[in-house]
Design a protein around this ligand. Sequence first.
Ligand code: PMP
Length: 378
Amino acid sequence: MKLFDVYPLFPIEPVKAQGSWLWDKEGKKYLDLYGGHAVISIGHNHPHFVEALKSQLDKISFYSNSIKNELQEKLADHLGRLSGYPNHQLFLCNSGAEANENALKLASFVTGRKKVISFKKAFHGRTSGAVAATDNPKIVAPFNADHAITFLPFNDADTFTKAINNEVAAVIIEGIQGVGGIHVPTNEFLQLLSKKCKEVGALLILDEVQSGYGRTGKFFAHQFAGIEADLITIAKGMGNGFPVGGVLIHPSIQSWSGMLGTTFGGNYLACAASLAVLEVIEKENLMAKAQQLGEQLITQLKSMDPILDVRGQGLMIGFDLPDALASLRKELLFKHHIFTGEAKPNTVRLLPSLAISQSEIDLFLDALAQELKPVSVG
Ligand code: PMP
């Protein structure tokens, strides 16, 4: 059987990883500034994380959701405390798209409405509900036939104010747009969204799948705006490579048996992985580190010619390149052995582990300076 060919692959097969580094079959060493789309939050193979997973291996076969699992409660407690949302409730699932799917479903259950506002360049995943809220003409949304989802311009207060009304079930927005190219909503825009949602009885869904888990310097990116979201979706960095997702749900939303569900949600390994990530973030002070290293890196990138525009917060950073440098990402990978990410057309995305060191960042900056030099001189 052949694999269904949907992923453009690099001809590199990692066989070992530690911290911010990966090694391929030939023993070549790569600096990882992408972490499989912001997945690696505390570093590859962190010893505390590995031990936590090993300690639960004998529970893989236990029934997931029909027996008591105290790790789920421990995780919810720790997450509530560290995220600043101690009173929200936690629903555990397996991925970011599934988290958004459940958040949209909850908004519809709670409000009895169907309409959703999303934003240009938004990405919320590839299940039918999540993809319907995603603005990308190449990713077709099969079940948005009744046009329940409207895409509005990002950061545009006037258009939003005109569009929101009491038919809207939810407004969904990323803490920082990731796949769309690292676009940061202004504090004023998020505050407006929060205020208007309350006025019309719509729920505000913050998709923090990519921007959450301390990456920006706060636990969730939207917390810079001082707002509280009704529903917050999480995944990626939550499990540091282990597949897990979740929805933080406002305390006023009542659950009923069977309202949501998923076979593997909240399994022992996923809980152990997620709990270990929180423990390391706290113990190693990774949020403060992400904020400080990210601020310096953004300042340095802004001073580098001919980089066009640098955006982001903490260690979620994007910058645009002139066309002449469109192959920079490949040069960084094949010449300097540094993994970065991209967004169309010419944006480089940096999503390193929050435990990256200054000297690792310096290696990247040196390589980048070498690649930029011929263009800025010419
Ligand atoms: N939301 C955002 C903001 C994302 O970046 C992604 C993945 N790139 C998703 C949702 C979907 O997550 P998953 O691939 O785990 O389904």
